[in-house]
Design a protein around this ligand. Sequence first.
Ligand SMILES: Nc1ncnc2c1ncn2[C@@H]1O[C@H](COP(=O)(O)OP(=O)(O)OP(=O)(O)O)[C@@H](O)[C@H]1O
Ligand SMILES: [Mg+2]
Length: 244
Amino acid sequence: MFFEVSGITKSYGGLVANSDISLEFEEGAIVGLIGPNGAGKSTLFKTISGYVVPDRGRIAFRGAQISGLAPHRVCKAGIACTFQDAKSFPKLEMFETILVGAYCRHGNKRRASARAGEIIDFVGLGGKESQMTERLNMFDRKKVELAAALATEPELLLLDELFAGCTPTEVVELLKLLKKANETLGVTLFIIEHVLKVIMSACQKVVVLDYGEVLDIGTPDEIVRSKKVVAAYLGEDYDASQYK
Ligand SMILES: Nc1ncnc2c1ncn2[C@@H]1O[C@H](COP(=O)(O)OP(=O)(O)OP(=O)(O)O)[C@@H](O)[C@H]1O
Ligand SMILES: [Mg+2]
């Protein structure tokens, strides 16, 4: 199996943020992770990427155990993450921000710079290389987050609410970019998102968390028809057709 989470449990004091979470998916997939605020979605991503050490359970990537590895080793193994509260190097020029990511694979400055340049073109930020990241508009900063993660050349990319705050037009543009990364770079995507249009239109599989537990796993169509998901998250007046 490409990616496998088995029985991951993580408590903060008396609060069980992740409780016995198990899931798996194949290479090349686009998988969604949804659930109410506080359900434990970000905690699971932080555990996968090595920033949080689980109390129990195992995470395997291409058959090798990665749980317990430090974040830079998880990144080296091929898993990158963009964070919900990310502000990548605001005081660096945009090019340098992406370059930091590229150094994960290329120790040589010339090769790392070439890679950073390719990724900047890939996300459509060409021409803004020397601007300070914090001076870019919100949408361009989102692309910087994505580009910095892609520059590490991940096989699996975790995106924690990358679309938050985007206009509908920006959502469409960012979605196109993610599908291009999936199709042309072969990056498998695991996406936390409250913007359900993203999940329903892009994902082949959706995992629903509630109170730290897996509530349901299925295709988008199965998930919108799941009674327990409607009760816990989507709401009775959720209109599945509007997200197609
Ligand atoms: N470092 C921490 N210390 C203590 N409690 C934490 C910590 N991180 C998360 N929690 C708690 O764990 C629970 C799960 O949080 P988490 O951020 O994983 O949820 P989430 O599903 O990402 O929510 P949201 O949709 O609001 O981003 C919450 O109750 C949160 O308050
Ligand atoms: Mg979160």
